[in-house]
Design a protein around this ligand. Structure first.
Ligand code: FES
Ligand code: MG
Length: 591
């Protein structure tokens, strides 16, 4: 299937424009100065960009520097020419105040790069949490043929004979440290044990989620997401991905052909089945907006909530990335969903030119303790619910991580089994939380609901991963290791806390959370999907007036130019945290 003729390649406008030989010479000469030949740039070979997210500053994605050699081999074998393109680094664990701030910055800069330079197609080097959505968003806006390549998860971590999963083991160790069961040194050793090799988080955190969803959307080769970074298959997949992008250019297969509404519906279902991160709705809603595909948190509940949990990975389950790969990865999950008639659109087209059904129908779990069948899942109804009320318009909750102990404490009233009421304890940002949480004068007990505000896209900025708040150490010592948590921030996908989060609009953007006071009674109903402060209307009106007189909900000063620009332009979590004004630019490579 060849749709694109060499004379219509986009790169010809730069490197071989018969109508403008002078500009051609000017565009061309500097790309020869490091050894590229005129033959490679002018003989009708597609010029393929490799969007390089690997660097010393980005350990999760650093192995891409190695894998890119195989991508290049594949591109050249298929008759293309490679140009490696640096991407603004986004390291989840290293960037202050939060890596999420840079998702849109990397997006913006990659859009300019892909649009403004002679590229016919692009390989997206994805991996660490926000690198995946940033690159998919840019590919969506520019809409040149694009294929994603995961760097792959780290090998399984081990500590004292147990699997030590990225993030997940650290949240547990943090509680042990606060309870005085371990010292700082052991805490450090546990953390290091969870990062045993190159690659990204080996738990079902945001990275494994988003890499799985890049495959679920059809933007990766089938089977690509789960291969651990050091495995030989990862290098082989890199080679095949390089080969495939050249064919995608000739087939003129673009992101808008692949990432359709149907593909997003598939991805929502697959997210539930893998037990995906609460960051996924923010990212997928954002990618969809750049393609003019309607998608919101109601879709996540409607399409995703009833889907069973099949993948037994930490934090919801017990295994890690290597086990996921050996059990069959995303194709096995999709195959099990198709067999149970749960995948809404098996006919959705994917990057290898085949449909999801053609790629995955024959795939089955190779270990049904790691990837369950839909007939015997880990849990029913594993998707998110979308809550609303006078605290916010939209916030999501991952019900699959509600523990039995939590259920027994908050959701066991026979007359009211799906709802609980509690006394609000309100924190304004993570620093406030750290100052006050262990202070006995706060009188925090099991009847309290912890609130985090000032942690959203504008408040923090970028949104802090802080809603999974630990209880005070004096409660932890009594064996109470989770209180209900609600907030306008996010939480790490590696956290197992059943928080209500990503609340939109945030306190700093006119949200009802700004009116909440410590001591208020709040009511959460998981069947009706409501979350309200039980405060009389006239009292709320008074609080709103006072807040307005004081200039609204305050946020700390921006520390950098980008933080300021970001705050001026950023939208809500439920709308994908995209930049206002950016989403109107669509399909720009053809304009
Ligand atoms: Fe990079 Fe988790 S911190 S993938
Ligand atoms: Mg994270």
């Amino acid at each position: 299937m060849t749709k694109m003729k060499p004379e219509n390649l986009r790169s010809r406008k730069w490197f071989n424009n018969p109508e403008d030989p002078e500009m051609t010479a000017l565009y061309l000469e500097r790309y020869l100065n490091y050894g590229l030949t005129r033959e490679e740039l002018q003989s009708g070979k597609p010029i393929i960009g490799i969007a390089q997210t690997g660097s010393d500053l980005s350990p999760c994605n650093r192995h891409h520097l190695e894998l890119t050699k195989r991508v290049r081999d594949g591109i050249i074998a298929a008759g293309g020419t490679c140009i490696e393109v640096p991407v603004h680094p986004i390291q989840e664990t290293g960037k202050r105040p939060t890596a999420m701030l840079d998702r849109n910055l990397a997006y913006l800069s990659l859009v300019e790069t892909l649009f403004g330079y002679p590229l016919d197609g692009v390989v997206l080097n994805i991996g660490c949490d926000k690198t995946t959505p940033a690159l998919l968003m840019a590919a969506a806006t520019v809409n040149i043929p694009a294929i994603a390549l995961s760097v792959g998860p780290m090998l399984n971590g081990w500590w004292k004979g147990e699997r030590a999963g990225s993030g997940t083991v650290i949240w547990k160790a943090r509680e042990a440290l606060a309870a005085g069961e371990i010292d700082d040194d052991e805490f450090m050793n546990i953390a290091a044990a969870s990062a045993p090799s190159v690659g990204y988080c080996n738990t079902m955190g945001t990275a494994t989620t988003m890499n799985s969803l890049a495959e679920a959307l059809g933007m990766q080769m089938p089977g690509s997401a789960a291969i651990p970074a050091p495995y030989r298959e990862r290098g082989q997949m890199s080679y095949n991905t390089g080969k495939r992008i050249v064919d995608m250019v000739w087939e003129d297969l673009r992101p808008s052909d692949i990432m359709t509404r149907e593909a997003f519906e598939n991805a929502i279902v697959i997210n539930s089945a893998i037990g995906g991160s609460t960051n996924a709705p923010i990212h997928l809603n954002g990618i969809a907006r750049h393609l003019d595909v309607a998608l919101d948190n109601n879709d996540w509940q409607k399409i995703g909530h009833e889907i069973p949990l099949l993948v037994n990975l930490q934090p919801a389950g017990k295994y890690l990335g290597e086990d996921y790969q050996h059990a069959g990865g995303v194709p096995a999950v999709v195959g099990e969903l198709i067999a149970a008639n749960l995948l809404p659109h098996p006919d959705a087209i994917t990057a290898n030119g085949k449909t999801m059904g053609e790629n995955c129908t024959a795939s089955r779990t190779q270990n049904d303790d790691v990837i369950k069948t839909a007939a015997a899942p880990l849990m029913q109804a594993a998707g998110f619910i979308n809550l609303s009320g006078n605290l916010f318009d939209s916030a999501i909750m991952k019900t699959s991580v509600i523990s039995d102990a939590f259920r027994a404490r908050y959701l066991s009233d026979p007359d009211d089994p799906d709802a609980f009421e509690g006394r609000a304890v309100v924190f304004d940002g993570p620093e406030d939380f750290h100052h006050r949480i262990d202070d006995p004068s706060e009188n925090i007990d099991e009847s309290c609901v912890l609130f985090m505000r000032g942690a959203g896209p504008k408040g923090y900025p970028g949104g802090a991963e802080v809603v999974n708040m630990r209880p005070p150490s004096y409660l932890l010592k009594k064996g109470i290791n989770a209180l209900p948590c609600i907030g306008d921030g996010r939480q790490s996908g590696t956290s197992g806390s059943p928080s209500i989060l990503n609340a939109s609009p945030e306190a700093a953007d006119g949200g009802g959370l700004a009116l909440l006071q410590t001591g208020d009674t709040v009511r959460i109903d998981l069947r009706k999907c409501t979350a309200d402060m039980l405060v009389p209307l006239d009292e709320l009106a008074d609080r709103a007036r006072v807040l307005l007189e004081n200039g609204g909900y305050g946020v700390p000063e921006s520390q950098s130019p980008w933080q300021e620009f970001f705050r001026e332009k950023v939208g809500r979590f439920d709308e994908g945290m995209t930049l206002k004004g950016a989403t109107k630019y669509q399909d720009i490579s053809r304009k």
